[in-house]
Design a protein around this ligand. Structure first.
Ligand SMILES: Nc1ncnc2c1ncn2[C@@H]1O[C@H](COP(=O)(O)OP(=O)(O)OP(=O)(O)O)[C@@H](O)[C@H]1O
Length: 474
């Protein structure tokens, strides 16, 4: 099986083109939340031209199962249509770019309800399988403080994580780390776990994704094994729970987690939680949990600034054994601004290209290797899209973006939209002014400077801009 490190020949259908098409179609067919949750984390792992087979990777087992059951037929249709004949489609677990499971060819379609719907008082397991929790930490040894690049955007989060790693259970408990997708939350909490494991090899540490925790609750319920479940989770020294927004609307899971949380804190065990937003903004989560989440240290991780993106690219390229010069790293970092995962994806593409073609890493090579990625970025982000996304976010009318009205609740979002138009598109100041109801370029310049300056010290504004950016890209 060849993988995407070996791109197909020029005349063959391009699997990356297929992938872009599939993502584009699913983005239109699904709600932004569904797309973000289920489709965005997937990746195209490999394409075998001679076998006409494609492998799609999912970042965890829960997503893998769900995708196979719910979306495989749609992926199949899109693939057959794109390639003009039937292709074999497989799904694998692909954690941090490493496919860790042999290919499972797609299962026949079987729509299932969301996990927690499986919990009902009558539900019993049809299988005689004992309830088991894998009793090892699930830490990824590569995610350490040493491999974590620091910059303004994450220095607070990193400092707090180091503090907690050195004084678990006593300094900040719980620690709640929030920020947009792919910004290093998972990396940091693994780093804490790895540090503690090194210091205290016998410590009971568990990393778990919130989706997996939901599944564990479901299984414990079905198998009437809550005692075991509680014994395990309540006796840990360090619980790292990732993406807790997945608890939204799942009241039984929240209840169990509440008990676990209280037990752990009273044992002076450390709890670390990550989420895509700060506690008070979480929807579908019980108030008493939200207040617990906020009772220790809540710290944000922000999107990386340009210099940090450059440093990350150069460091990761070096680790891969193919050094990247600063000018190439600047070129890539200027075009890809949203998150570190996206940077890693771009780097993989560039490295695959240079390995395959035996070339040096130059700006031209980067431009060719990232052709699809860059054109998606350009296609998606127009001034009109920005105006719409900003207006939606601040609940004002899109028409107010061009109107002459100046109340503060309109003027400020308008300035934010102008700032984003300058940041995210190639348009000049006069062109942007024109698209905002024929305003003068000095008005745009004023907005760009003002919001840029405020953003550098206002974490909340920075967060809002990042959330809007994410919606533009999903
Ligand atoms: N500062 C950094 N230095 C080095 N690598 C980083 C940094 N930040 C993120 N990464 C890498 O980027 C990738 C995505 O990061 P990670 O999975 O930690 O993001 P996340 O914030 O948990 O995202 P999600 O909300 O989607 O779970 C990982 O491979 C991680 O190692």
């Amino acid at each position: 099986m060849s993988n995407l490190q070996n791109p197909p020949t020029l005349n063959s259908p391009n699997p990356l083109g297929f992938w872009d098409d599939a993502l584009g179609m699913l983005a239109r067919e699904l709600s932004p939340q569904q797309f973000k949750t289920w489709i965005q984390p997937l990746s195209l792992v490999s394409y075998d031209e001679s076998e006409q087979s494609l492998i799609v990777g999912a970042p965890n087992r829960f997503k893998l199962d769900w995708i196979k059951k719910t979306f495989s037929d749609r992926f199949q249709e899109i693939a057959d249509q794109y390639f003009g004949h039937s292709v074999t489609l497989g799904f694998v677990l692909n954690v941090d770019g490493v496919a860790t499971q042999t290919v499972e060819v797609r299962a026949p379609q079987e729509r299932i309800e969301p996990q927690e719907a499986l919990i009902s008082p009558d539900s019993t397991s049809t299988e005689e399988q004992a309830f088991e929790i894998e009793d090892h930490s699930k830490l990824n040894p590569n995610l350490t403080f040493e491999t974590f690049v620091t910059g303004k955007a994450n220095q607070l989060a990193r400092a707090a994580s180091i503090q907690v790693a050195h004084n678990p259970g006593t300094s900040y408990n719980p620690m709640f780390l929030y920020g947009g997708v792919g910004l290093g939350k998972t990396h940091l909490i693994h780093a804490i776990g790895n540090h503690l494991l090194k210091e205290k090899p016998n410590a009971r540490i568990r990393y778990i994704h919130a989706e997996q925790y939901v599944s564990d609750v479901v299984r414990a319920y079905q198998q009437k094994a809550f005692d075991r479940f509680k014994r395990y989770y309540h006796s840990l020294d360090l619980l790292l729970i990732d993406d807790i927004q997945f608890f939204s609307g799942k009241s039984r899971t929240q209840e169990e987690f509440f008990y676990a949380f209280e037990a752990l804190l009273s044992n002076k065990a450390q709890v670390i939680i990550t989420s895509d937003t700060y506690p008070k903004e979480m929807a579908g989560i019980d108030d008493r949990l939200i207040s617990r989440f906020d009772s220790g240290l809540t710290v944000a991780i922000e999107p990386p600034e340009l210099e940090m993106r450059v440093a990350i690219l150069m460091k990761k390229a070096l680790i891969e054994g193919i050094p990247m010069s600063e000018d190439v790293a600047f070129f890539v970092a200027k075009h890809l601004r949203s998150n570190v995962r996206e940077l890693e994806g771009a780097l993989r593409k560039i490295l695959a290209f240079v390995r395959f073609h035996g070339k040096e890493v130059t700006i031209d090579v980067a431009r060719i290797a990232l052709k699809d990625l860059l054109s998606i970025q350009n296609r998606q982000i127009s001034v009109e899209n920005i105006q719409k996304a900003v207006a939606d976010f601040y609940s004002i009318k899109v028409a107010d973006m061009y109107s002459k009205r100046r109340p503060a609740n309109i003027a400020r979002p308008r300035q934010i939209a102008m700032f984003m138009a300058k940041e995210l598109t190639q348009k000049s100041l006069p062109e942007i002014g024109e698209l905002f109801g024929g305003r003068d370029h000095t008005t745009v310049l004023h907005a760009v400077r003002k919001i840029g300056e405020e953003r550098s010290h206002d974490g909340q504004l920075n967060h809002e801009i990042h959330v809007i950016e994410q919606t533009l890209k999903s």
